[in-house]
Design a protein around this ligand. Structure first.
Ligand SMILES: Cc1ncc(COP(=O)(O)O)c(C=O)c1O
Length: 478
């Protein structure tokens, strides 16, 4: 039985706040610029303003678009501003959502329902996504019963357009491209995908959750980029997260469509519910007013000039970091990323990148480990402009590599072994089962902490090290 009981008496507010603040001590140290994902934050006192804007509409609810006219105005104008930035026209439309995942789930649901209206409709619609497309598409396929078809990547980690062409059939309800992809920061060849989409009369969704509020400013600063937004005929919809490089409060994204003819398939209406006639634009019921208001406030308080300044700083730090990584002979950046997101792998057999990540974690850096290929991820935001952060990262990275070279057994211990196993073991079902088991423990009555404590590392190192070696043997003996 859990020790946590419903509190009998309310507690002192100050005491609670102090206690809550203390709980941060084991969190990623993003305030010190040590996190390379999860937190996107404008520098300076922007967030103090954002909290005030959010607080003004803290209690309001965007569920019923007819109730709060204020929220409807914020939503409408946030959508119009986003469409202006991404070159929509007077027919383009959109809605605000709670984040990138909701935007992508909605896009997939919309195209499924549109597909169902077609005469020669298939019972099993399919969507073709690049291997690097965000995992939210996998979730959408799972939720909405869509067959997921993966298109392989080219040597620049963009989707291979020739392969996409071959995968299209009469069941294809959607093509997808990313601008850029989360794992590698590569921009898929949207113009080529769009040509294919137009020719085959299939919609194309561009996932710009990451790039929507930074790519336009990189371009305005003079870097030549492939065109990927509504300027490209054949792009039918775009998702862009205001809570990423738009520097809004978390819980804000937009899903934009070239026309209402498509977006109308997103809406849900239930006219016979005893609670009244119900109409909803997205997945959520209650929609927090604060997130909608803060997104509008962020776009207005920063403006194009402000975003250009942030983008200049972010890109200068990205380039500095990329140059530092490239200068290390053991590492290689994957493809030719043009934004603030990139990944690097080891090209030296004595350097296991997951062991490098473990070393970096000991120094409090929070870095995503990736697979296919095994690599580490970096995403720069304005907080990284603080003096010395990039230099410190690069110095620690150099030390990490040297240490791993001298301690090669570390690749078979702790989290390096686990990630190594996940990336290599052909028995995917076994891994899924293990992860599901972890989820059950994490969300079970005792809510077990799944971070790697010293004892857990020691315990895991033995089990996983053995499993990893066994798996390697299976692979090599095949
Ligand atoms: C390209 C891309 N699409 C979608 C998402 C999902 O966004 P969210 O985490 O807001 O649901 C992300 C998140 O990083 C992303 O990078």
């Amino acid at each position: 039985m859990s020790e946590i009981k419903f509190p009998l008496k309310g507690r002192d507010r100050d005491e609670l706040l102090k206690e809550m603040d203390g709980f941060r001590k084991n969190d990623p140290a993003w305030r010190e610029g040590k996190a390379w994902s999860l937190v996107y934050r404008a520098s300076g006192d922007h967030n103090d303003f954002l909290k005030k804007a959010h607080g003004l509409y803290f209690s309001e609810n965007g569920l019923n678009p007819m109730a709060f006219k204020s929220l409807k105005k914020f939503e409408h104008e946030t959508v119009r501003m986003s469409l202006d930035l991404l070159n929509g026209d007077s027919n383009s439309v959109g809605v605000m959502t709670s984040g990138g995942t909701e935007s992508l789930l909605l896009a997939v649901k919309t195209y499924r329902d549109l597909f169902r209206t077609k005469k020669k409709r298939s019972k099993q619609p399919e969507m073709i996504i690049p291997r690097s497309a965000h995992v939210a598409f996998h979730k959408a396929a799972h939720y909405f019963d869509i067959k997921l078809i993966f298109a392989p990547l080219d040597d620049q980690y963009r989707v291979d357009i020739k392969k996409v062409k071959k995968l299209i059939n009469k069941n294809t309800m959607l093509l997808v491209g990313s601008a850029p992809s989360y794992p590698f920061g590569a921009i898929d060849p949207i113009e080529d995908l769009a040509k294919l989409a137009l020719k085959q009369d299939i919609p194309l969704h561009v996932d710009a959750c990451l790039g929507g509020f930074i790519l336009p400013f990189i371009e305005k600063l003079g870097t030549e980029l492939p065109t990927w937004d509504f300027r490209v005929p054949g792009v039918s919809s775009i998702s862009a997260d205001v809570h990423k490089y738009g520097y809004a409060a978390k819980g804000a994204s937009v899903i934009l469509y070239r026309s209402m003819k498509t977006m109308k398939h997103q809406f849900f209406v239930q006219e016979s519910w005893p609670g009244g006639i119900f109409a909803s634009p997205g997945i959520l019921g209650t929609r927090p007013g604060g997130n909608i208001a803060a997104a509008w406030a962020a776009l207005n308080v920063i403006g194009e000039e402000g975003y250009l300044e942030y983008t200049k700083s972010v890109m200068a730090n990205t380039n500095k970091m990329k140059e530092g990584v490239q200068a290390m002979p053991e590492l290689e950046i994957l493809g030719s990323p043009l934004t603030s997101v990139f990944a690097y792998k080891s090209v030296d057999s004595s350097v296991n990148v997951f062991a490098v990540a473990d070393f970096m974690e000991e120094r409090n850096w929070f870095i995503d480990r990736q697979q296919h290929p095994e690599c580490l991820h970096a995403m720069v935001n304005p907080l990284h402009e603080e003096e010395g952060i990039i230099d410190k990262y690069l110095t620690d990275l150099r030390e990490a590599i040297d240490w791993v070279k001298q301690n090669q057994n570390k690749a078979f211990e702790g989290s390096a072994a686990m990630y190594g196993m996940v990336a290599n073991v052909p028995l995917k079902g076994m891994i899924k089962k293990q992860v599901l088991g972890m989820m059950e423990e994490m969300y079970g009555p005792e809510s077990k902490d799944m971070s790697f404590s010293a004892e857990k590392k020691a315990d895991l190192s033995e089990k996983l090290g053995k499993a990893y070696l066994k798996a390697k043997k299976i692979i090599t003996s095949k």
